[in-house]
Design a protein around this ligand. Structure first.
Ligand code: AMP
Length: 284
């Protein structure tokens, strides 16, 4: 375990540190984050430490992936607390750049992910994945890791990142890690800290309704499952559904129903008050 975590905010300093590591044949694992870290993030650090010699974590609240300006402004930021958590977890390097370091010339990259960039999160957050791909590509080129670790809570994001790596031939292995949940089942998220006490109680209903909807989907079909979700959410005026879908877990093709012969997944996005939360659940 690293006794002391190194913190860099400049690309050249980070690279000057990482090049000898790479030359010595040590593998580099990378965990990109937007900070306000929780145990879900730490589980990615742990997985990287299991699989790689050196673990680099980045904290960067990426403006280009926010389609809602107020969401960007209110996004929680606590780098000192994050650094302590990371050091305790045995992370070797924290990269903490500012916006000018990442986007010096303000160029806008445009990517084509076809169908993956038309559905679900892409449909409800226009431009979001383009911004994600832009920042992930930039960080991959800076850090040049052997493996990068992402959480399957952001299921569609993992698929976009895998598509990106194929498109730009970077030869980085993308490792998808399981969702970590709070004791009451709510998927851990930096945005949970923005919920009021009442909203936090309501948010705990999300995994419960997903579980019940899964049973309904498998016995009665998708329409009934969605009708159940709509009814549950309608019972709470501060909750608002963005989408509930059932998809092929390998391709994210939207399915007319949950079928026994395919890996299927249900995905949800909803607002609790002003805070937008997402979750997903494997159906079979
Ligand atoms: P974020 O800081 O929200 O951009 O997340 C950084 C990484 O942590 C992404 O790969 C997320 O999918 C992952 N992550 C976020 N929440 C969780 C969670 N509850 N369990 C596992 N990974 C997560």
């Amino acid at each position: 375990m690293a006794l002391l975590m190194l913190i860099f905010s400049k690309i050249d300093e980070l690279q000057a540190h990482l090049s000898p590591t790479r030359l010595q044949g040590e593998s580099i694992g990378f965990v990109p984050t937007m900070g306000a870290l929780h145990q879900g993030h730490i589980s990615l650090i742990n997985e990287s430490r299991r699989q790689c010699d050196q673990t680099v974590c980045s904290i960067f609240v990426n403006p280009t992936q926010f389609n809602d300006k107020s969401d960007l402004e209110r996004y929680p930021r606590m780098p000192e607390k994050d650094a302590l958590l990371l050091e305790k977890a045995g992370c070797d390097v924290l990269f903490l750049p500012d916006v000018n370091e990442i986007y010096p010339d303000n160029e806008k990259a445009v990517f084509d992910f076809g169908y993956l960039n038309e559905i679900l999160e892409a449909e409800h957050r226009p431009g979001h994945f383009n911004g994600v791909a832009q920042v992930v590509k930039r960080f991959f080129e800076i850090v040049q890791p052997n493996k990068a670790f992402f959480g399957s809570k952001d299921y569609q994001q993992v698929m976009i990142v895998k598509a990106l790596v194929e498109q730009i031939h970077l030869g980085i292995e993308i490792v998808s890690c399981p969702i970590l949940r709070e004791v009451d089942g709510l998927a851990m998220s930096s945005r949970n800290s923005l919920l009021s006490a009442e909203e936090r109680i309501l948010a705990a209903l999300i995994p419960k309704m997903m579980q019940k909807a899964k049973e309904i989907a498998l016995t009665k079909g998708k329409n009934e499952a969605r009708a159940f979700i709509v009814k549950e959410i309608a019972a709470h005026p501060s909750m608002k559904l963005d989408y509930y879908e059932i998809c092929d877990a390998n391709t994210l093709q939207i399915l007319p129903n949950a079928t026994a012969n395919k890996n299927t997944l249900s995905l949800i996005a909803l607002f609790v008050g002003k805070i937008r939360l997402i979750d997903n659940l494997i159906l079979n």
